[in-house]
Design a protein. Structure first.
Length: 228
């Protein structure tokens, strides 16, 4: 009896093993669930959801950063115009240079006040002093006197205002902030008047300024120098 029971269990084991082997070799049997299609050759694996559209739409954010950088740079440039204007009003040898310097102090102080009012609304942190290049230009101009001062100051003003006008116009055409655009448009008009006056002072003195006549302002591509 004991031998019969043992034989029965051996027979059952052999049947189970044969059934398992048959299932693995039978091509009609479905593959195990763990073999999903993503692992089969020729089947594209979709990217994770978090990577399918990670670029977003940074256009507005990028422009907002550009607005902040412009306001900061414009205010810092205005600080330099004010300090250099004070220097011209004090050291200028001719009345037109003195008057131009006073005009710089008045106009750029007002423009900086207008831009400062917008700085809080766009989250721009404003500088409180000139940068290193502007400080170097101030110190260099301070070393001149008489007609030499007038010439060096005029050369700097021509280059600086041509570059400033170009940057103000670019900002006015790209910003999405209507309040900032209005302030920048007004600033561009003011800077253009300064540029024309500086061009005239250079022309009257025979100072060669190729590429910086106000009739050719759009074609000027030179950057302002820290010192003439």
């Amino acid at each position: 009896m004991r031998r019969s029971v043992l034989s029965f269990f051996v027979l059952c084991s052999m049947v189970a093993f044969a059934s398992s082997a048959f299932a693995q070799t039978d091509p009609t049997m479905p593959p195990p669930a763990s073999q999903n299609q993503s692992n089969q050759p020729g089947h594209a694996v979709p990217p994770p959801t978090s990577l399918q559209d990670s670029s977003g739409a940074p256009g507005d954010t990028a422009q907002q950063m550009k607005d902040k950088m412009f306001v900061r740079k414009a205010v810092q440039g205005g600080l330099a115009e004010v300090e250099l204007g004070k220097l011209a009003a004090e050291k200028g040898a001719s009345e037109d240079v003195k008057a131009f310097g006073k005009k710089m102090v008045e106009d750029h102080t007002k423009l900086n006040e207008d831009l400062a009012q917008l700085a809080d609304s766009i989250g721009a942190r404003l500088p409180r002093k000139m940068d290193k290049d502007q400080q170097a230009a101030y110190e260099k101009l301070s070393s001149f006197s008489g007609e030499d001062f007038d010439k060096e100051y005029i050369v700097y003003m021509v280059k600086d205002h041509h570059s400033d006008l170009r940057e103000f116009r670019m900002e006015a055409s790209s910003t999405h902030d209507s309040d900032l655009k209005a302030a920048v448009d007004n600033g561009a008009q003011m800077i253009r008047q300064h540029m024309i006056a500086a061009d005239k002072m250079a022309h009257d003195r025979g100072i060669p300024m190729p590429g910086h006549h106000h009739q050719q302002e759009n074609s000027s591509t030179q950057n302002p120098l820290p010192a003439p």
